[in-house]
Design a protein around this ligand. Structure first.
Ligand code: MCA
Ligand code: AMP
Length: 495
């Protein structure tokens, strides 16, 4: 029996003794989640976005749920953001309040914000009576629930506004596709400041009345331990499956743990067919691939009961319409070969970016994903790449090259710079920078890499730097990234 709710708020407030969230140190039942989130929500006002210090712990879940009950938009903050990235988000979102565990060490960029501590030790009186207002269960809640910061091709990250109704529609569609129920326990080692980890990984289990076990930081052992001890599902990015595939070569207990799972899901980046096959061969489990974007939430997923087709990301979810179009905007043939850009219309589409604009926008309100793919006759999507070289997917993180170039350009030794992604067995792509040094300067790779990770999130740092005499540009001055040579000869020694 599933115990789905029609609203996220009702799901948060469902109560009961079942575990909602566990971490290595804490366990929170649905009853405790309801009581703590309700009491915390009384300290929040809904008129402005609220920052959430998104460490992988119970306090983050309670803070998120409290803000959702209060109706305040939540801005999850990466605890490993560098100062310039964090400062940008604080200013851009107009944050005045931050939710964090009282023991969190918050950086200077948050010093002027009002701290609302998520105190898990409070001995709260149980909540009685009807607590689901003001949106009656069954009605769409079109208030902004989340503002998720994500990279664009140029400039600093943009705030993607998502309504509660969009999230509910997506979770409902996923629950149907994956037969996801209150009997499921999810092993979760993802960061909590992106859609994958926060919407699917935290709100998903709560929506269906199941539980989530937060085991971050990701290690193969932590995931295996979770699956061997009652968890039924794993959500992970391809880098994690790659590391699992490597470990399976020598770890029979890992194969047993995976074999016992009900559902393994991969998303956020392309899973290689090689890693798919290695996991399948060792454990007998198929991996269900699903495709999404911060702006659209999840668009497609494989079916549990249809034959698996590695290398494809399945068919659209309920409530999602999808087209693959050529450069004239015409639908390509559904022959599994003709490549075009993926366009989406969906009940789960974002409202817009916080500071305006919904670019790139397609005709007639179709959202242009920038992803390239093919369609088969039965509507199965296969992704083949992205239209732009200015977005890199590394370890499942979306990274805009313009943001990294902007930081490196500020370094006193850097005359010119270009950044792009390079194929990487582990990360899918890794960030690589080509740098022209100013005459007479000597900054080396470690210094420049450290410079980026001091300013931005650690995952945005280049893994390699090539020092070159010139960055290739066309007559209009646009960098020709395809001409950036990657032959290993110009490479500095550090990685
Ligand atoms: C090393 N480190 C450094 C440096 N060198 N830190 C700062 N400066 C340096 N110079 C540290 C890092 O901080 C990190 O520390 C550790 O070294 C390892 O770093 P790294 O190699 O970057 O990470 P990793 O261990 O290889 O991480 C792999 C990962 C990670 C666990 C797979 O990439 C990950 O969590 N990916 C998930 C991305 C995701 O959730 N994307 C969803 C967005 P420490 O270990 O302390 O951190 S996509 C989405 O939401 C849509 C809707 C979708 O489709 O899903
Ligand atoms: P983000 O906005 O960080 O969620 O990144 C969204 C992008 O991740 C998409 O536009 C795709 O390029 C990529 N992506 C997500 N899921 C998949 C998948 N299953 N296979 C390939 N790429 C994916």
């Amino acid at each position: 029996m599933t115990a789905r709710s029609t609203s996220l708020k009702a799901a948060i407030l469902r109560g009961g003794s079942r575990n909602a969230v566990t971490t290595r140190g804490d366990t929170l039942s649905y009853e405790q989640l309801r009581d703590q989130a309700m009491h915390l929500s009384e300290r929040l006002v809904a008129d402005a976005p609220i920052g959430l210090w998104a460490t992988a712990e119970v306090a983050t879940v309670v803070g998120l749920c409290a803000a959702l009950i209060a109706g305040a938009p939540v801005v999850p903050l990466n605890p490993k953001s560098g100062p310039s990235e964090l400062g940008h988000v604080v200013t851009d979102a107009g944050l005045q309040t931050i939710l964090a565990h009282p023991s969190a060490t918050l950086p200077d960029e948050l010093a002027t914000l009002r701290l609302v501590p998520v105190n898990l030790d409070g001995d709260y009186a149980p909540i009685c009576g009807d607590v689901t207002g003001p949106i009656p269960d069954g009605q769409k809640d079109s208030r902004t629930a989340l503002i998720m910061y994500t990279s664009g091709t140029t400039g600093p990250p943009k705030g993607v506004m998502l309504t509660t109704a969009a999230i509910e529609a997506n979770l409902q569609a996923l629950a149907d596709r994956w037969e996801w129920s209150d009997r499921d326990e999810l092993v979760h080692a993802l960061p909590l400041f992106h859609v994958h980890g926060l919407v699917l990984g935290v709100l998903g289990p709560i929506y269906v009345g199941g539980s989530v076990s937060l085991v971050s930081p990701f290690t193969v052992e932590a995931v295996a331990h979770g699956l061997a001890n009652g968890a039924t599902m794993l959500f992970a990015v391809p880098t994690m499956y790659h590391r699992i595939a490597v470990a399976l070569e020598t770890d029979a207990r890992l194969a047993d743990a995976l074999a016992g799972a009900r559902l393994l899901v991969s998303g956020s980046g392309p899973l290689t067919t090689d890693d798919y096959r290695r996991v399948e061969a060792a454990s007998g489990q198929r991996i269900v691939e699903r495709y999404g974007m911060t702006e659209t939430l999840i668009i497609t997923s494989g079916d549990l009961r249809a034959p698996a087709t590695p290398g494809t990301v399945g068919r659209p979810l309920a409530g999602v319409a999808l087209r693959v179009v050529d450069e004239n905007g015409d639908d390509v043939a559904a022959d599994n070969e003709s490549v075009g850009e993926v366009l989406v219309k969906s009940d789960s589409l974002f409202e817009g970016y916080l500071r305006g604009g919904r670019s790139p926008d397609g005709p007639l309100d179709w959202f242009r994903t920038g992803d390239l793919g093919t369609l088969s006759r039965d509507g199965t999507l296969r992704l083949v790449g992205r239209a732009s070289t200015d977005l890199v997917k590394s370890g499942g993180f979306r990274i805009g090259t313009g943001e990294i170039e902007g930081v490196l350009r500020d370094h006193p030794s850097v005359e010119d710079v270009a950044v792009r992604g390079v194929a990487d067995d582990d990360l899918g792509e890794r960030v690589v920078a080509w740098v022209v040094r100013k005459a007479g300067t000597t900054a080396d790779s470690p210094e420049l890499i450290e410079y980026v990770s001091q300013s931005l999130s650690a995952h945005k740092r280049p893994r390699e730097i090539f020092f070159v005499t010139e960055i290739p540009r066309n007559a209009m001055g646009k960098v020709q990234k395809q001409l950036l040579s990657y032959d290993g000869q110009l490479k500095s020694t550090e990685r």
